[in-house]
Design a protein around this ligand. Structure first.
Ligand code: DI6
Ligand code: FE
Length: 397
């Protein structure tokens, strides 16, 4: 069955900018794009022809950094913080990441799936066709595996592509209190081999931070991940500069994420390695961070910039890539073209999937978002308004 979308304006994202084609058409066969470009050069016949009535088509959106699967929420903590409690006080009182760990451990796989589905549906409703989902709230082989299985199951329950990431080195679980190196041994010797053997993770991530793990510990995790054939990525320079981004770049990481505190050497290392900068304006906003990621330096060094929700219960309870784009423009002064590329072409690159998704061109998966807008800037400009007209996943929908 082949399909043809005609009478459309395309943001192909091919090349550097948005790759606009004013009078465009897209043809699809067996879930893949066979043609995307000027309507004049498109085939005319197809089993199904869809008249887009002048609407804009972009690649399906890609959320390349989420912690979508987790037990419980932290709304109570949010309330406490509003009346003066600090993140550290809450953590010391048993809140923070550990409270989400407890809720995640207590939840069955099915309960994790059920609680994540509404969040996933919110993303899908805005045209998301691929989502990355991390573990990191189980912090033991049993519960990290359960989180990853729940993430994989989400991809079966909905028409969306899910990629999974093992984030075993996210926080220190209570069983290893006072022994972070012992926990890192456990991640390296037990968790990564088992998760790799079961095919549960597509990548490995870690939290490199004073309240997380040291660069040396992260280096050990990365070496084992690579030995198991898994690509790596890193939460780096969110709260302080431990030079995690440079480490990630040296290890050939797909991306380094957050980066508010990255320095020039970190930017240079990322540029040289082609490591993608994944910026997370939702976490910046929600934690009231004041230090901006160095957008000008990243641009000048031509580091690819992606954007994601970081959807997590503690620092970014956000399920809107449209709002992420608005925040990136307003808070980080990113351009419209950068914002749209950040949730399509560059997000695909951050997942190591640039050959398959992220642009509209022959050979790629036919994942489309069809928008009721007059110009691309409207995707970034509005706040809390969803102009999605239709979404196509692998040619269907
Ligand atoms: N960076 C974050 O902002 C979150 N994790 C991470 O690595 C915080 C997660 C949480 O507070 O639950
Ligand atoms: Fe994160």
């Amino acid at each position: 069955m082949n399909r043809l979308w005609r009478n459309a304006r395309l943001m192909t994202l091919v090349g550097e900018g948005l790759g606009i084609v004013e009078d465009g058409a897209i043809a699809c066969r067996e879930g893949r794009i066979t043609y995307a470009g000027p309507a004049a050069d498109a085939q005319r016949d197809a089993d199904e022809v869809i008249d887009c009535e002048g609407r804009w088509i972009s690649p399906g959106l890609i959320d390349c950094h989420t912690h979508l699967v987790h037990g419980g929420d932290r709304a109570g903590e949010f309330e406490q913080r509003l009346v003066g409690a600090s993140y550290e006080e809450i953590a010391r009182a048993g809140g923070g990441i550990v409270s989400t760990m407890n809720a995640t451990r207590a939840a069955s796989e099915e309960a994790l799936i059920a609680s994540a589905l509404p969040r996933l549906d919110a993303l899908i409703a805005e045209g998301v066709t691929t989502v990355e989902i991390k573990s990191g709230y189980g912090l033991s082989l049993e519960h990290e595996s359960k989180q990853l299985r729940a993430a994989r199951a989400l991809g079966e329950r909905r028409d969306v592509s899910v990629t999974t990431t093992l984030l075993g080195a996210h926080a220190l679980p209570p069983e290893f209190a006072g022994d972070p190196d012992g926990y890192v041994d456990h991640v390296c010797e037990t968790m990564i081999p088992a998760v790799a053997a079961e095919g549960l993770a597509d990548a490995v991530d870690a939290f490199c931070e004073g309240i997380g793990f040291t660069p040396q510990q992260v280096g050990r995790v990365f070496a084992v991940a690579r030995a198991h054939g898994l690509p790596v990525k890193l939460h780096a320079e969110q709260l302080s500069n431990l030079h995690g981004a440079a480490l990630a770049a040296r290890c050939g990481a797909l991306s380094a994420d957050h980066l508010e505190y990255i320095d020039e050497a970190g930017v240079a290392a990322m540029a040289e390695a082609g490591t993608v900068a994944v910026l997370l304006p939702g976490a910046f906003y929600f934690t009231r961070e004041t230090r901006l990621p160095p957008i000008d330096a990243l641009r000048a060094a031509r580091v690819p910039i992606a954007l994601a929700t970081d959807c997590n219960p503690g620092t970014s309870p956000l399920t809107s890539l449209l709002l992420v784009m608005n925040m990136a423009a307003t808070l980080f002064r990113m351009t419209v073209d950068e914002c749209i590329a950040g949730v399509t072409r560059e997000a695909a690159r951050a997942l190591g999937m640039a050959e398959r998704i992220g642009t509209l061109e022959a050979g790629k998966r036919c994942d489309l978002a069809i928008w009721d807008i007059g110009q691309p800037a409207e995707l970034v400009y509005r706040i809390g308004f969803n102009p999605l007209h239709a979404r196509v996943w692998r040619g269907q929908g």
